[in-house]
Write a protein that binds this ligand. Structure first.
Ligand code: ADP
Ligand code: MG
Length: 713
């Protein structure tokens, strides 16, 4: 049966292999076991019911809470050439009747409905009369009263369903389930203990970053410039911020829309659609935006201000990279954000609730200050059951720069603020420090201050940034008034007294990872995709994902066989769109002297470049290890990388070359011990493996053995 599943994966979706958890969930459902799958957003839950739905006879009923989600899923299935539809209140009564009629006649392999649909006797009796392959509850946390989006109708249909005579296997899928919710779902739809597939909440394709001490507008502007072709969301804390930022950025010529609850329903719908259709690349929005939006190729989510808690943050940031391709999640932190969130919390009438929210806010603030891995911090916050190693990509893991002692400079700024009477903002303070002859400086006679011009070796912009940094770090607090005026905090006083040093991480501005693709070709491929999408009335990413287009731009497939070798191209998609893309690519591949071959289906290779060296970072690490015979520790400290990162570099190189010297990592005896233990384990995971081995078998050693034998997923 699983061979069939793999074949379907290839044939319809064109994916080379399953993602974690998919295989187990699918095989359980195929063998008739009720199953609960807990996987992160973008983890690929849809496939877990779609493949069984294709493999088993009859129609699959998918219960989904939101109309917009249904439409997206149905569009996607139709684009694979699969008969699917939805029946919901967005249709006329006549259309509904027709679809129910067709459904009863077995015309569909998948039917999406909202839970309320089962209140209709007409629908229910049709369901009773037909052959069902499975019933799936998507977004299954809605079933549980402990879930944050509880929908009573989700829960109340379960008894109705259980009474139908032709009851098939049940499946529940969700990305957010605490232990209580998991238990509740298991109980409700009879999922046995060992049929819960839980892959944890980690989002391995996302890079989390905290940006401090930068002017937020500057940052956003630079950022958008460097990613003008990519879709993204910028979340602001208030409607006003959203309005301002959108206005500012569209004046600068960016393709940008806005979304917040102060707009009319029609306006909001329009923007949402423009975004999904790639008519606009970026949306500035409040947290009102996102629910029910399933756009999979969102490449970045910027938080212009810190949100109120980690729950909101992870949900919003998690809208990046649902297609499994890299997503960047940057949070622009400044200490003002804390005041706003406190203010919002203060509006709550319940004292108990307030205290709870303050505590959550504190965890959010700590996230912005922590020096440990940001992904790990989040997972620990959610008490994720599956421990992971540092992600190797967040701003803390990848911090390569130096720490700089800025105590003296900070003292200059702080004393200047004090001398100016703590009544002015960053701009004027910077002018005074620079020694500017500005009108306003003269007006207040600031040229007579002893701090006038003491930092003239910096530009005004650098000074403003530094002042923002000091504000973000809490040395300066913006006053209460309409215009932010800088005041000294208690910490600032200790800095002035020389009791506390100020250390600044020398941060890179935008660490946009270099991807290996041809941007010109990519742009043309996108244009073609957009044309086809408009013709078919589908969102562009349903045609082909960004990743697939990027691979086209590198591998330049010339015929059907070569195109099928690319990730995301299956028979169905090829039939529908293949030739048009081949026609576009043909002249390019004729021009090219030589072109790379996708050896097997390539996973799009993202290579991070070392700023001082043009070669890929992992090759630099490898050379130091291999030719200069340096240890992992030495390389890590030389390059300012974490040990894990260097290890991953070496392991990556090991996949690329023939004669990797494993002997430097482990001896034969250790190798055998790891393999023996691996054989014995039921759950083939690192942690239990490590626990079953002697103390001195490090994760690094175990991982290396698994890599050598191709046992690492
Ligand atoms: P979820 O519902 O878990 O948030 P989806 O089912 O919407 O996630 O899948 C997210 C993205 O991942 C989709 O673009 C889907 O095509 C892709 N995907 C799913 N499974 C695989 C796989 N095995 N290989 C590659 N891509 C996959
Ligand atoms: Mg989903």
């Amino acid at each position: 049966m699983m061979e069939k599943a793999e074949q379907l994966l290839q044939q319809y979706y064109g994916f080379p292999s399953f993602r974690p958890g998919q295989e187990q969930a699918i095989s359980q459902v195929l063998s008739g076991q009720n199953t609960l799958a807990v996987m992160p957003t973008g983890g690929g839950k849809s496939l877990c019911y779609q493949i069984p739905g294709l493999a088993l006879p009859g129609t699959a009923i998918i219960i989904s809470p939101l109309i917009s989600l249904m439409k997206d899923q149905v569009d996607a299935l139709n684009s694979y050439g699969i008969a699917a539809t939805y029946i919901n209140s967005s249709l006329s009564t006549e259309e509904q009747r027709q679809r129910i009629f067709d459904m009863a006649n077995g015309a569909y392999q998948f039917v999406y409905v909202a839970p309320e649909r089962f209140d209709s006797g007409h629908f229910l009796s049709a369901v009773k009369s037909m052959q069902l392959s499975l019933i799936a509850f998507d977004e299954a946390h809605c079933i549980s009263q402990w879930g944050h989006d509880f929908r009573p109708s989700y829960r109340s249909i379960v008894p109705t369903l259980k009474q139908i005579p032709n009851l098939p296997v049940f499946m529940a899928l969700t990305a957010t389930a605490t232990r209580e919710v998991i238990k509740d779902i298991m109980h409700l739809i009879d999922v046995p203990e060992n049929s819960v597939v839980n892959t944890g909440f980690a989002r391995h394709n996302l890079s989390f970053r905290i940006i401090k001490g930068r002017d937020k507008r500057d940052f956003v502007e630079e950022y958008l410039k460097s990613r003008s072709e990519e879709s993204g969301i910028i979340y602001t804390a208030t409607r006003k911020d959203a309005d301002h930022l959108q206005q500012l950025l569209s004046k600068k010529g960016f393709s940008i829309g806005k979304y917040h609850a102060g707009m009319t329903e029609n306006q909001r719908k329009q923007v949402q659609m423009d975004f999904v259709q790639d008519e606009i690349t970026t949306i500035v929005a409040t947290n009102a935006f996102g629910m029910g939006i399933d756009k999979s190729n969102v490449r970045y989510v910027i938080h212009y201000s810190m949100p109120m808690n980690i729950e909101s943050y992870y949900q919003e940031a998690g809208r990046a990279g649902r297609d499994g391709e890299p997503g960047d999640c940057a949070l622009l932190f400044s200490s003002q954000d804390i005041h706003l969130q406190r203010f919002l919390i203060d509006q709550s009438p319940s004292e108990e609730k307030k205290q709870e929210e303050y505590a959550k806010l504190q965890s959010m603030v700590n996230y912005c200050h922590t020096h440990t891995c940001l992904q790990q911090y989040i997972l620990e916050y959610f008490e994720d059951p599956t421990p992971t190693e540092p992600c190797g990509k967040c701003s803390n893991c990848t911090y390569e720069g130096e720490k700089q002692d800025m105590t003296k400079e900070a003292q200059m700024v702080l004393s200047c603020v004090k001398r100016m009477g703590e009544r002015f903002g960053a701009g004027l303070t910077a002018k005074v420090l620079k020694g500017s002859a500005d009108q306003k400086v003269k007006q207040f006679r600031f040229q007579t201050l002893s701090t006038y011009g003491i930092m003239s070796n910096y530009t005004e912009k650098e000074l403003t940034r530094f002042i923002h940094f000091l504000t973000a770090e809490g040395y300066l607090t913006p006053g209460q008034g309409r215009y932010p005026t800088l005041q000294l905090s208690n910490e600032a006083v200790s800095v002035l007294k020389g009791e506390q040093p100020v250390v600044m991480l020398v941060e890179a501005t935008t660490t946009h990872q270099e991807e290996e693709y041809n941007p010109e070709y990519f742009q043309e491929l996108r244009t073609l995709r957009k044309t086809i999408a408009d013709e078919k009335g589908l969102p562009p990413y349903v045609i082909f994902s960004d990743a697939t287009l990027k691979e086209f731009s590198v591998y330049l497939p010339e015929n059907k066989r070569e195109m099928l070798a690319i990730k995301g191209v299956g028979e169905q998609k090829y039939e529908q769109y293949g030739e048009r893309f081949l026609a576009l690519i043909k002249p390019w591949s004729e021009q090219a002297d030589s072109k790379p071959k996708p050896s097997s289906k390539p996973s799009s290779s993202i290579v991070k470049k070392d700023p001082t060296d043009e070669r890929p970072s992992h090759i630099i690490s490898f050379e130091r290890w291999d030719q200069e015979r340096k240890s992992i520790e030495e390389i890590a400290s030389e390059r300012g990388l974490s040990k894990q990162t260097v290890e991953s570099h070496l392991l990556r190189r090991a996949q690329e070359i023939e004669d990797f010297d494993w002997g430097r990592w482990f001896d034969e005896e250790q190798e055998k011990a790891v393999l023996r233990q691996y054989e014995e384990l039921e759950e083939k995971k690192l942690k239990p493996l490590k626990e079953g081995l002697p103390e001195d078998y490090t994760y690094s050693l175990i991982k290396a053995v698994l890599y050598k034998h191709n046992l690492m997923k």
